[in-house]
Design a protein around this ligand. Structure first.
Ligand SMILES: [Zn+2]
Length: 73
């Protein structure tokens, strides 16, 4: 069953990369486009989140709307 291990490896590597990216992103401050409040979010919420450029569809903890952007320092 060596082929199974070989097939799993790129999937695991891609998954590990996603976690590393998400952990890096969670260090940033996010800003809600609706109520303009800033907040931090857990990396687990960033792993499968949709994004384009610096816009992320994370739920705002203040108004529960989903358009947030990364606040770059
Ligand atoms: Zn908000």
């Amino acid at each position: 069953m060596d082929w199974a291990i070989v097939a799993c490896f790129p999937i695991l590597a891609a998954f590990a990369a996603m976690i590393i990216i998400a952990k890096g992103l969670s260090k940033n401050l996010f800003k809600c486009k609706h109520c303009l409040k800033e907040f931090n979010t857990d990396w687990t919420k960033l792993v499968f989140v949709m994004h384009s450029d610096n816009e992320y569809s994370i739920k705002c903890p203040y108004c529960n709307k989903k358009d947030c952007m990364i606040q770059k320092n």
